[in-house]
Ligand binder design. Structure first.
Ligand code: ATP
Length: 242
C-alpha cells in the first residue's frame, strides 16, 4: 500500500429512477495497470464505467467517491473528466462512418491541459500497424476489428491517463478479439492505465492484471487474474470444463 491509486471508486451507488443498478462498488486502477470488469448482461458494467466517465443516460442518480489521482471527480461533468484524462470508448459505434480513418483520428485534439501521453496520428499508426494502409478509407468500409482500432485510436488522441473501454471486442471474430486485447495489453506495457469491460472472460484473464466480477450491481469477486482463473464462480460461469 501507501501509493494512491490512479482511479479510486468508493462505495459507488447508482440508480435509474427507483431501480438500483450499482449498490456499493469499490474499485481501483493503479498507474500502468490493466483492470477488467466482467459480469453477465445487466450486471452493471456499463453503468459503472459510465459513472466513472460522468456519462449519464436518462434519469440517473449516483453517490459515492470517484477519485482520479486523489482528487474527487464525481461531481465534474463528463467533458471536464475527459480533460483530466478519463477517456471512455463506449460500447458500439464510436467512429464517424462517412469519414476516413485519418479524418477520424485528426479531428480529435488533446486538451491543452492534458496530463496524459499525447498520441500523434503517427503514434496511433505505430500502435495499430494495420491502419496506415486504410488511412484514406471511409470507416464504413472497415472490418469490425479495424473500426475498433480507430475508436481506440481516437481515444488515444485525447491524451488519456485512464483509458476506459466498454466491450471493445463485441461482435468481433475470436481471432480479432485476441488481437484487440493484445493491442490493449501493449498500450498498458507502454505505460497507459486501462479499465476494460469485457465479455470474453477467458481471453481477458490472459491479458489483464486484475479482474472484478460484477453480479447484480455488486462486486462478488476480485483479484489478480492469476488467482481469478481458479475462482469457482469464474470457472463455472465463464470457463466451464476444459
Ligand atoms: P450489458 O452487458 O447488457 O451491457 P451491463 O453489465 O453493462 O450489461 P448495465 O447496462 O450497466 O449492465 O445495466 C445495469 C442495470 O441497469 C440493468 O438492469 C439495466 O436494465 C439497467 N439500466 C441500464 N441503463 C439504464 C437506463 N438508462 N435507464 C434505466 N435502467 C437502465
Amino acid at each position: 500500500g501507501g501509493m494512491t491509486a490512479l482511479l479510486e471508486v468508493d462505495d459507488l451507488r447508482v440508480r435509474y429512477g427507483r431501480s438500483t443498478a450499482l449498490s456499493g462498488v469499490d474499485l481501483t486502477v493503479s498507474d500502468g495497470e490493466l483492470v477488467a470488469v466482467a459480469g453477465a448482461n445487466g450486471a452493471g458494467k456499463s453503468t459503472l464505467v459510465n459513472a466513472v466517465a460522468g456519462w449519464s443516460r436518462g434519469k440517473v442518480s449516483a453517490t459515492g467517491a470517484i477519485r482520479l489521482g486523489g482528487h474527487d471527480i464525481a461531481t465534474l461533468p463528463a467533458h471536464k473528466r475527459t480533460k483530466l484524462g478519463v477517456v471512455l470508448v463506449p460500447e458500439g459505434k464510436s467512429v464517424f462512418e462517412r469519414m476516413t480513418v485519418e479524418e477520424n483520428l485528426r479531428m480529435v485534439r488533446p486538451p491543452r491541459e492534458a496530463s496524459g501521453r499525447r498520441y500523434e496520428v503517427s503514434d496511433v499508426y505505430d500502435v495499430f500497424p494495420q491502419l496506415p494502409a486504410r488511412a484514406h478509407a471511409r470507416c464504413s468500409t472497415l472490418s469490425g476489428g479495424e473500426r475498433q482500432m480507430v475508436a481506440i485510436g481516437r481515444a488515444l488522441r485525447a491524451a488519456p491517463r485512464l483509458l476506459i473501454l466498454d466491450e471493445p471486442s463485441v461482435g468481433l471474430a475470436p481471432r480479432l478479439v485476441v488481437e484487440v486485447l493484445e493491442h490493449i495489453r501493449e498500450l498498458v506495457t507502454s505505460g497507459l492505465s486501462v479499465l476494460l469491460v469485457e465479455q470474453n472472460v477467458r481471453a481477458t484473464l490472459e491479458v489483464a492484471d486484475r479482474l472484478y466480477l460484477l453480479e447484480q450491481g455488486q462486486v462478488v469477486g476480485a483479484g489478480p487474474c492469476t488467482e481469478m482463473r481458479d475462482d469457482d464462480r469464474i470457472v463455472s460461469a465463464y470457463l466451464g470444463r476444459l
